[in-house]
Design a protein around this ligand. Structure first.
Ligand code: CAA
Length: 379
């Protein structure tokens, strides 16, 4: 076992930290307030290579490993979890899925632009009646010969309006249940496709989350990813890797809140001494640091297993389950360390606390992660 970061990993960490602290931090409170991400920052993320980190250089990506990706997500999430979810969905759900399962034409046409950050992607699985129960897809993709006729509604779609390219899961053969699902590449602007209501969320407010409507959208057959009926397998296998990204996001949110709480505890005085010198505060910080370190080890382990081409489904689910609980607990404690100051926006920790909650919900709730882990235990 080697717990040290390589020189390459350290360079990624430094670059991501610089970007987060110098470019994301100014304006993060305002973006949360107005619920809008800055397109200039999005372009910067593309220029710096954050939108296609793991895509091979052949398709314009960074050719980096999953550990590098997790490190970068952690650094961005310390400051701005809206930026990191935009990045995470584009990298691990859209780019990774396209590179692994797409054909050469699809990669040339879509992946190259997504990896460069010229366009943003969205992953469309959830529906009004299919969240945790993802096999229960009501959106239909009727086979019409050389095209699919797509009808239905998707909900809670990250990058819903920012995206230009959408990977949409839909049922072609209802009698085959999950084996009848296909994944289709849908472009914004296709006739019959419209972006619906924007959600007014508790956290990650600068990232846009929308419902999407498909009414008789004609999607060419060449836009289907993989074999006929392999859409659910595509979604599950893509989400396995995506969960490492969200675990890294949760880790970053926790680490960001901890760093703020530690700095505050050294500067704020009560009873004639910095609050860090009170054991009540020391115990909180010690516990935060310990849980964060444990979460980090789980995240890096899952990422390393994936990079080595080994089984990582259980470890990714464990990392997400644990890191998201750590994020919720640490951010709540960080607000407590800040007292009244923690309850106002200026001190950042209340935003991190609101952002933390979603990590226990999206890309599979904590309860779903426990199902995944339990099933893996029996294998
Ligand atoms: N990896 C690979 N394959 C998997 C898998 C996994 N983790 N989990 C299930 N599968 C496969 C099974 O092997 C099975 O395939 P076969 O029939 O070929 O054997 C098939 O999928 C169906 O599995 P089950 O019979 O186990 O189906 P189920 O209905 O009992 O349970 C589930 C499936 C694991 C609960 C699944 O529905 C699930 O993961 N739900 C959560 C969905 C989710 O994570 N949604 C997130 C939305 S995307 C998002 O949040 C993105 C964002 O915007 C940030």
């Amino acid at each position: 076992m080697d717990f040290n970061l390589s020189e390459e990993h350290k360079a990624v960490q430094e670059a991501a930290r610089d970007f987060a602290q110098n470019e994301l931090l100014p304006g993060v409170i305002e973006r949360d307030d107005v619920q809008k991400f800055d397109p200039t920052l999005l372009r910067r993320m593309g220029d710096l290579g954050f939108m296609g980190m793991m895509v091979s250089p052949e398709y314009g990506g960074g050719g980096m490993d999953t550990v590098s990706y997790a490190i970068a997500i952690e650094e961005l999430s310390k400051v701005d979890a809206s930026a990191s979810v935009i990045m995470s969905v584009n990298n691990s759900l859209v780019c990774w899925g396209l590179e692994k399962y797409g054909n050469e034409d699809q990669k040339q046409k879509y992946l190259t632009r997504l990896a460069a950050g010229e366009v943003v992607g969205a992953f469309c699985l959830s529906e009004p009646e299919a969240g945790s129960d993802a096999t229960s897809q009501h959106t239909t993709a009727e086979d019409k010969g050389d095209y699919y006729l797509l009808n239905g509604t998707k909900n809670w779609i990250t990058n819903g309006n920012t995206a230009s390219i959408y990977l949409v899961m839909a049922q072609t053969y209802p009698e085959k249940r999950h084996k009848g699902i296909n994944c289709l590449i849908v472009e914004k602007g296709m006739e019959g496709f419209s972006v619906g209501k924007k959600e007014d969320k508790m956290g990650i407010r600068a990232s846009d989350t929308h419902s999407l409507m498909f009414t008789d959208v004609k999607v060419p057959k060449e836009n289907r990813i993989g074999e006929d009926g392999m859409g659910f397998k595509f979604a599950m296998s893509t989400l396995n890797g995506g969960r490492i990204g969200i675990a890294a996001q949760a880790l970053g949110i926790a680490a960001g809140a901890y760093e703020l709480a530690l700095a505050y505890s050294l500067q704020r005085k009560t009873f004639a001494k910095p609050i860090f010198e009170h054991q009540a505060i020391q115990f909180k910080l010690a516990e935060m640091a310990t849980r964060i370190e444990a979460a980090r080890l789980l995240v890096y382990k899952a990422a390393r297993l994936k990079d080595e081409g080994k089984e990582f489904v259980k470890e990714a689910a464990m990392a997400k389950l644990y890191a998201s609980d750590v994020a919720m607990w640490v951010t709540t404690e960080a607000v407590q360390v800040h007292g009244g100051y923690g309850y106002v926006k200026e001190y950042h920790v209340e935003r991190l606390m609101r952002d933390a909650k979603i990590t226990q919900i999206y890309e599979g709730t904590s309860e779903i992660q426990k199902i995944v882990i339990a099933r893996e235990l029996l294998k």
